[in-house]
Design a protein around this ligand. Structure first.
Ligand SMILES: Nc1ncnc2c1ncn2[C@@H]1O[C@H](COP(=O)(O)OP(=O)(O)O)[C@@H](O)[C@H]1O
Ligand SMILES: [Mg+2]
Length: 252
């Protein structure tokens, strides 16, 4: 399965979800690949040493003589997990691909050429609906949409759904919405409960039963460059993401 984690809003929990879902899948013994498609490279930094990086996902997409295999490196401190790292250079990729007839299909083609090396691929998308995110949607079998439990939670989802429909109509007719994930939920407040009901009204059964609570440990873990499972295995954040992983496997 190839699951894209997308929402063009920043700060909704895409990277946190990508890191910890990929990590949970790897812990269950699945050969997993985390592809970082965000020029900010936040998920890369959780698992690899930035200084030693020679090549990144940019090279694999832009340069036809560079294979995805050539940029994939094993994650630090995590068995069964590999990372296709991003660097800030990824920000110039969209401009480089203008006029290329296969611009939307680059990532898909590169993943296909990996064969069956990985059973699970997780793609962390940038906070835009541009060519990078479209590449992820074209390459993916499944889409996971994190939505932050906040007053403006649903703002922008129309644009996201429109993009998904465009991709489905031609480039990737099999793309499935695996689920909508409510993140940073504070179950103590009535506002959060209202927001949850609102999201459930719009997305119905697509909303995951698992809800990711607001958790300080999840906020801290990237700074220590660890997944929540090694950083704070007894935290509610670890329990939430473990349950999400089980639900993802059940739904796929
Ligand atoms: N469940 C959570 N509880 C507390 N903080 C969180 C949680 N999920 C994410 N964060 C923090 O919120 C910020 C934005 O999350 P991030 O995953 O980077 O979002 P995105 O990738 O969508 O921009 C980060 O500082 C992250 O550590
Ligand atoms: Mg991010």
């Amino acid at each position: 399965m190839i699951v894209a984690i997308a929402n063009q809003k920043g700060g909704v929990g895409k990277t946190t979800t990508a890191i910890n879902l990929a990590s949970a899948l790897a812990m269950r013994g699945h050969q997993s690949l985390l592809i970082d498609l965000d020029p900010q490279a936040n998920s890369t930094l959780s698992f690899v040493e930035r200084n030693g990086l020679k090549r990144s996902i940019y090279d694999a997409i832009e340069d036809s003589s560079c294979k995805l295999d050539d940029v994939v490196i094993p994650a630090l401190n995590q068995e069964n997990l590999w990372v296709a790292p991003a660097r800030i250079s990824l920000a110039k990729l969209e401009a480089r691909l203008i006029g290329e007839l296969d611009a939307h299909f680059r990532l898909k083609d590169r993943i296909t050429s990996l064969g069956d090396r990985f059973s699970h691929v997780v793609i962390d998308c940038p906070p835009t609906l541009g060519l990078l995110t479209v590449n992820a949607l074209v390459a993916a079998t499944h889409l996971l949409i994190p939505i932050q439990s906040s007053y403006f939670a649903l703002e922008g989802t129309d644009d996201l759904l429109e993009t998904i429909e465009k991709v489905r109509s031609r480039a990737n007719t099999h793309l499935q919405i695996l689920g909508v994930l409510i993140t940073m939920h504070d179950r103590r407040t009535s506002l959060a409960r209202d927001i949850k009901h609102q999201i459930q009204k719009v997305f119905g059964a697509k909303v995951f039963d698992t809800i990711i609570s607001k958790n300080v440990r999840l906020e801290e873990s990237p700074a220590y460059r660890e997944s929540i499972f090694s950083f704070a295995p007894d935290s509610t954040g670890a329990a939430d993401y473990y349950r999400l992983c089980e639900e993802v496997i059940d739904r796929a």
